[in-house]
Write a protein of this length. Structure first.
Length: 122
C-alpha cells in the first residue's frame, strides 16, 4: 500500500509579508522557505513546531479568496499551555472550550483564515 502524506496546505492571504509575520512571530511557525520566482510568483512555506505538515502562502499560489480557509486544526498535548503561548505572542485566541471529544481554542490569521487547536481526550 502506498503512503499518502499530507505535507502542504495552501492558505490564501491578501498580504504575504503581514501573514508571514503573523504566522512566524505570533503563531510561532518556523519559516522554511521564502522564494520570489518573479513578480507573479512568490512561495513561502511555514511549519508549526513539531508538525509534519506545512502551510504555503504567497502570490500565484492559489486563486481562492483571502480568509476563505476554515477548519485548520493543530493538535497539542496541553491546551492551557498552547493558549497561554499564543496569547503571550499577541494572538487573539479564544478561551478554552470543552467538548466531549477534546478541549479547543480558536484563532484566525489577519485575513480571517480560521484555526482550531485541540487537546484530544485520552
Amino acid at each position: 500500500m502506498v503512503d499518502f502524506k499530507l505535507e502542504l496546505v495552501a492558505i490564501p492571504v491578501s498580504d504575504v509579508d503581514r501573514a508571514k509575520t503573523f504566522y512566524t512571530e505570533q503563531a510561532g511557525f518556523n519559516a522554511d522557505h521564502d522564494h520570489t520566482v518573479n513578480e507573479e510568483l512568490r512561495f513561502v512555506q511555514l511549519t508549526p513546531p513539531g508538525s509534519a505538515c506545512s502551510i504555503s502562502l504567497g502570490t500565484g499560489i492559489v486563486d481562492t479568496p483571502p480568509g476563505s480557509v476554515q477548519g485548520l486544526q493543530l493538535v497539542v498535548e496541553n491546551i492551557q499551555a498552547a493558549r497561554a503561548e499564543l496569547a503571550e505572542r499577541g494572538v487573539d485566541v479564544s478561551e478554552v472550550q470543552e467538548f466531549p471529544w477534546g478541549s479547543f481554542v480558536f484563532f484566525s490569521d489577519p485575513d480571517g483564515n480560521g484555526w482550531s487547536v485541540q487537546q484530544i481526550r485520552g
